[in-house]
Structures are given as structure tokens and as C-alpha cells.
Design a protein around this ligand. Sequence first.
Ligand SMILES: [Cu+2]
Length: 770
Amino acid sequence: MVRLGGILASLAVIASELAVHAAPSSPPRFSPRSTHLYPRHENCTAPSNPLVTAPKPNPWKPLSDTEIIDLLSWLHAPAQGLNLTAYENASTWDNWVTVTELLAPNKTDVLPYLDGSGPAPKRYARVVISYGATENPYWQEYMVGPIPVVQSVTKIEPLNYVYNKGEGKSPNYAADEESQRIWLSLIAANMSDITLDILGTDSTDSNFRPIDPLWEENGRIISWVQFWSNPTSDYDSYTLLPQGLYLKLDITGRDLQGWSLLNILYDNKLYKSIDEFRAAWISPGFKKLTKQVDGQWTGTGQTGTAPPLDIRSPPIQIQPDGQRFAVDKDAKYVEWMDFAFYIGFNRDTGVNLYDIKYKGKRIIYELGLQEAIAHYAGNDPTQSGTAYLDSYYGFGPDVFELVPGYDCPAYSTFLDSTVHENGNTTNNRNSICLFEHDAGYPLQRHTASSYLSITRNTIFTLRFVATIGNYDYNFDYNFYLDGSIEIKVRASGYIQSAFYAHNEDYGYQIHDATSGSMHDHVLNFKADLDILGTKNTFERVEVVPTTTDYVWSTSPRNTMRLERSSVENENEGKINWATNSAAMYFVVNKDQPNKFGSSPGYRIMPGTGTPIHLTVQNSSNLQKAAEFATHHLYVTKHKDTEQRSAAAANSMNPKDPLINFAKYFDGESLLQEDIVVWFNLGMHHVPHTGDLPNTVFTTAQSSVFLSPHNYLLSDPSRATSQQVEINFDTDDVAVSTFGSTSPSCTRPDLVSVNNFFPKIGFCSLFFALS
Ligand SMILES: [Cu+2]
């Protein structure tokens, strides 16, 4: 009774404190541009944002607009002899510059700079040139530098050293896509009488989606295309409208006279020509399949009756004391609590984090996305032939602006991102958000007979969202007060569906003629951990059942024990998460044992969901282009020549890709070496009716944790003052909040919202809903 009364009394004390800071019952009217929304009192002003200057200029800082302009001018100069045409003036038979961006510096050049008095690494640009003035169009990658351009000093040379194919050169089968589209429309026009009957559309009202990657058959370049209906509304629903007609095309070479229609597939029957298909169509007994028709079912706007009380504003988080982290926006450097890191950004994969330090010591040199696969399957050639490698399309240009209050808390700090490609500068404002948020559950708690101890669980998140065609990938890097880092991916947006006919083994029918098409999402990440130096070991600790005699036991006992081992070399470096989670994996430093003899390290483990590897083995589509997807995680020895697990151009030549990850595993020792971990996130996605109209993030997510393990001598989160201890053993209840202060303001600072959408009236909507 004393105990319960004590707790209630304690809560009353806390409640009375909070009451002082409660929001006013009727908020004052405010101007949308007011800097003091919902003030608690006249002088409610949150502390200003803390300032920080990066300890050293960011060696991964993207090239500036000026550097890009000077670089393009230099590349186009006759002296370079590249025979370039400005992209806006170029035909498919010209050469032009596609990508210009920073070439990530070599680790061996960066470490002496970051850790000592070494010079800043020279900046080089990665330049990709599309060579169209040839019968065999190709892309060639170059390194150009040093940057900024200095005449007679800056040089250009092929960028080969990071590609284990031996050269940064790849065929470009996309060079004549526009000609192929026009040619395809002519084919479709020749069968409009048929398609109007069986699909309800003709060549002008359909779109044609090809397989990806293209196939090579007996030296010929083969594509299958499927008819898809165009949406009848403004909603982006084209991937929900497949029709059951497929064309097999030979698109070898650049002369359309050499292209040919090879087959037509309808209702699982193969025809050799339009004439043969037409003959079947007009013959008695021809079976016409159900057409998929667009409608309200594909729109994402509010429909149906809202649930009870749903119209009321839901809870929102606030940042009552202002920002508790510091950002050097120019250097793209961030400090939160005991963490610090630099941000890099590139065309292929978007955001990368570098030089992540915890308590002043580097734990990760590089952390970032490498590639994202969406591998489909189905009874038809489109689904069977689709295995997207999304870095080909590029995450960087598709990291779009985030909406405060919906994508990220309204009080978030936002950063811009920029990509230079094909003569365009894509500057996506406010496309990366940084914010703290409450986890919604405590980080720690304990109730004892005389006291209660609880710690707030505050997470710091870096978030960006890349919309690659129909899919929206949400990437979170979550930092925790216990020293953990969580890497999380969620998927939403429109599924790529399949036509329903004959597809029962590959998905559920989810609409009149649409099947949810089974597919695997596998997203590969690089985590170059450096624990107390670069020399580390990958350790495995298994929990195993055993039967053991003890000196004190009268008979053998059935129990369990630990089995410790190390991944000795790269031949053992392909690893799966253990069944029943019976193995734990760590990157440790064996040269610096703690006082108990254990090696300090970071554990890598699955978090949300169950990260997967690719189901398909020896994929007919991907061949050697995605060797990073055969297992859950990998360990290799770091090399400057092995920077990524995949290249953007891999999908153009999957049997001989620029980067074949499998070649990284050549038996080198991994014992106390500079090791790199590569891990996969993702999910088996078998869409059901709940994926209409959009997949929701709820279950389409997975994460991995990197977590300190024997790294410190106790839990570092004890250092936070954001905890409470309530002692109720005596009549005098004592509440300690360890010096943490009361909030300065208790309502959200929404001032920045108006600046995000100044032209489209969005802010009025936002304020109405807030
Ligand atoms: Cu999916």
C-alpha cells in the first residue's frame, strides 16, 4: 500500500510540474510566418540551434556548382578530344556527358588526413560519357582531376581501378530507346483492331514496358514488352494496369531494319506473327481474357468513412527546447550526443555516411546503400524477366523533397541534395531530414521495492526517401543513446503488378485482372567498421545445445554453451543469419582486449523484420550482376579497388558486369585486417489486396542493428540526464530528474513549414491539420 501510494504521489508531483507547462487551452492567433507559435507565455523562445564546425573539411563533400561548370567546360574543350555535344543539342548518334560528381577518395588517402597531419586528398571527379557516335554505343567512366580544374594540370583518364571487370566501359542498350518506342508503336498500330477488341486500347492509349535487364540469346539482344493501360486519372497507377499481351522483340544493333517481332504471347499461347495471332483471334472459340480497367480503386486519396474520432488531430511530437544536435550545413557534418559523422551524396545510391565516431573514436569509416534489387517472378515473360537494379536509374536524382509533419517531424532540420546528370542540375531542396524523436517506449526501466528508475528513449534519425518509378524507399539511419545504429528500409508506393491469367503460383489475384506479383527486395549496404583502429576480426559466437558432465553433477546434463570462432579468410566470408538466431556476429579488435579479456567490438544483428537474401538462385536475369544477394551478409578485406558491391551499369551487361562481387572473395586473411561488412536488408513481397492502392510501410520494412558489444565497460546510456528516479520507501517521496530542465516551450515550432510550400498553399492545409 505504501508502495502504490508512493508511486501515485510521485506521479502527482510530476503531473503538477507538467501542468505548469501545459499548452494554453485556446492557442493565440498567429501569423503563419510567426517565429513563436503557440507560446507558453510571452517570452517563450526555445534556445537557438547549437553551432558546430566540422573538425576538418569534408573530403566527401559533393562537387560544387562552380566546380561542375568548370569541369564541363574543360571536358568540352577541343583540347580533350572527346568530340562531345552538349546534351540539349545531342542526338542519339552524338557523344555527351552524363554523370559528373565527386569520385569518392580512397580510404588510404583519407585516413592520414583525418587522423593526422596528412594533406587533404586530391579531389577527382567521376565522369561518365555516353558514346553514341558509333555502331556499338557504350558508356565510359573517367576520373578527372585534380578538381577544381586547373588548365594543364587537370588530367582525364579512364576510371578502371574500381571495376573488377578491368575497365569502366559498358554497352549502352538504352541508346535507341526512343526509336524502339516509335517502332513498337508502329507494330502495335498494325494490330490495333485486335487490341481494341481484347484490351480495349490501341497503340495510342497503351504503354509498353520492357523486361529489365534485356536478354542476350545467341548473340542477339532480346526484349519482351507488355501492354499496359494508361491511367485514366492523375494518379500514378500505371503499374496496376497490366494487360495480358506480350511481344518478343529482337532489337540487336542500331538499324531498325534489323529489328524484328519474334513472338506474340496471349493467354499462354505463343504466336509467330501478327497474321498468325489475327487468324487465331477471328477463329471460333478464341478466348478473350478479362481486361484490367482503371478506376477509383487505384487512387490514394481519402475514400470511405473515416474511423471514429479520426478527424481530430493525432498526437504530434515537439522539440520544446530547440535542436539538441548541431549541423555544419556547408561541410555536411553532424554531431548528436556522443555521435558525429560526415554526409556524402552521389548519383547512384544517394546518401552515404562517413567517419562515424562514437565518443570521439571512429567506429565506422563508411556506411551506405550499394544497390537495390526488385526481382520478380511470374508465368509471363515480363514478370519473369524483371529484376531491377535500381542504381542504374539512380537513387540520387530521385531523393525528393520531404514534407514536414508527414515525412519527418515539423521541427526537423532539412538538408538539400544535388545531382548533375545529362546537362541538368537536379537540386532537391529539403530532401534529407535530421531529427530527434521519442521512441514511444523507455530505453530502460526498473521497479524495485523502494524506487523506480526509467530512462527516456530518444532516437536521432537521418532520413531520406527515394522514389524509383513506382516505389518509394524510405531510408533511416537511427542513432541510439546506448551507442547502437540501426539501418532501416521501408517500401511504399505502387506495386508493379502482373496480369492475372495463369499466375496463381506467383501471387494472389487482387483485382479484376490484376495479380500481385511476387518479388524479392534485396538492398545491399556497406558497413566498413573500424573498431579502435582498422585492424579487426569478424567473430562468430554460436549458442549450441550440449550434454555435459560437471564435477558437481551426478549424471550428464542437457544444457547449452557458447562456441567461439573467427571468420579466418574471405573463403568463409559469405554468411547467413543462423536458424533460430543461434549465432551472433561481431566485428572486434582482438589486439585490444578489455580488462576481462574480451575483445571490444560492435555486433551486427537483424532488427525489424527478417532481412533476406535473394530467393532465386543463379538468376537468369541477373547472372553475375548481383553476387551480393546470395547471402545475408559478407566479410571482405578492404581495398581501395573494392569500394562498392555493384556498379550502376551492371544491369547493362549482367553476364560480365563492371563489378562482379563474387570476385572479391579470393581467400585473403580476415584476421586482424581492415575488414568490410556488406549486409542485405529487404523482404519477400507477395502483395495482397491490402497493397491496393499502395503498399504500406507497416510490414514492408527491415533493419539491421550495429550495436556496441563489450565495447565499453557498461551501458553508456546511463550518462543521460533524461531519466527519472522515484524513491518511495519513506513517507517523503523523492523524485530526481538528474538535472534535466523543464521544457522552454511546449508547442511545436512550425515556422519553417510556410517556407517549404510558399506557392501552392500547402501550408494552410498543414496548419489546418496540425
Ligand atoms: Cu515490393
